[in-house]
Design a protein around this ligand. Structure first.
Ligand code: C2E
Ligand code: MG
Ligand code: MG
Ligand code: MG
Length: 286
């Protein structure tokens, strides 16, 4: 009897694993198709200068409306794209779309010349030997000013080959492109490394912002990161700002910029345009 039960369990386990593997394979295929057919979208989340109340730019965020499964979040499809190498064509498409969108806004709204468009880069894209060619192409085809493009790298990327990374980041910097370090505070990068890289901006991870108002020690971390950024001549952007209380606190600490649902969720390009149109009346920071 025990033997039979064991066998049954084994089979059920096997079947579930099989279903999961099949499911994953299906999703990979769907993603490959979606990229080929340009079914993914780019959404834009406003980034606000909280000291002046003015719009400072947008972060481009990938969106995948799946025809059967509904909306699949980037936290689910980006890892699949990274594991399969699909991040290379997907990342290039997002970069091109975002540059093109900002360049289009620039033609209608001269004030948009002050905005930056931030694009997330995964480590595979940074290691792509054709990265510079692709970045140059996206800028040339769109006609966007180089200094209006900002590339975001997560802090964990700094753990990779430091020398190699420095070379590529300096080449991007020399082209006039801005560089941001994303999700700062969640990785394990040594603070003493930071000045070795040509970053313009530190983005404070939203997990620190969420806990504002809870207990004291977390606030010291935020204050330390803002002061660090200032000493290294970088801007600080707080991510995931959701309340007036968080905003007031960050303003007092002289954090320059913020993004989060308090100002706006990531928006379709049409909805994002309303932000440019109404700026600066729309944004309440006082
Ligand atoms: P991220 O680059 O740190 O982007 C910020 C994330 O925080 C976005 O999640 C955004 O929607 C979310 N967010 C913004 N404000 C708030 C808020 O007030 N509250 C909360 N709870 N969340 C907020 P999203 O769009 O789901 O993207 C998740 C991550 O996926 C991104 O984190 C980024 O690491 C990655 N990702 C998204 N698009 C791309 C892309 O085109 N390329 C690459 N390589 N990664 C991407
Ligand atoms: Mg980002
Ligand atoms: Mg982030
Ligand atoms: Mg994040």
């Amino acid at each position: 009897r025990a033997k039979n039960r064991g066998k049954a369990c084994f089979e059920i386990f096997n079947e579930r694993m099989y279903t999961q593997a099949l499911d994953r394979l299906q999703l990979e295929n769907d993603l490959r198709q979606a990229i080929a057919n340009q079914q993914l979208q780019v959404f834009y989340q406003p980034i606000v200068n909280i000291q002046t109340g003015k719009l400072s730019g947008f972060e481009a965020l990938g969106r995948w409306p799946h025809p059967q499964r509904g909306f699949i979040p980037p936290t689910e499809f980006i890892p699949i794209a990274e594991e399969t190498g699909l991040i290379i064509p997907l990342g290039e498409w997002i970069l091109q779309s975002a540059c093109q969108q900002m360049a289009t806004w620039l033609q209608t709204y001269p004030s948009a010349v002050k905005y930056t468009i931030s694009v997330n880069m995964s480590i595979k894209q940074l290691k792509d030997p054709n990265l510079l060619t692709k970045v140059d192409r996206a800028l040339e085809q769109s006609g966007l000013n180089r200094h209006q493009l900002s590339l975001e790298l997560t802090e964990s990327i700094l753990m990779e080959n430091v020398i190699e990374l420095k070379v590529i980041l300096n080449q991007l910097k020399e082209r006039g492109i801005q560089l941001s370090i994303d999700d700062f505070g969640t990785g394990y990068s040594s603070l003493s490394y930071l000045h070795l890289f040509p970053f313009n901006t530190i983005k404070i991870d939203q997990s620190f912002i969420t806990r504002i108002g809870a207990q004291g020690e977390n606030q010291e971390i935020i204050e330390t990161i803002i002061n660090l950024a200032s000493q290294l001549n970088m801007d600080a952007i707080s991510e995931g700002v959701e309340s007036k209380q968080q905003l007031n606190y960050l303003k007092k600490l002289l954090c320059q910029k913020a993004q989060g649902n308090y100002f706006s969720q990531p928006l379709s390009s049409d909805a994002a345009e309303v932000f440019i149109l109404n700026n600066p009346q729309l944004i309440q920071v006082h």
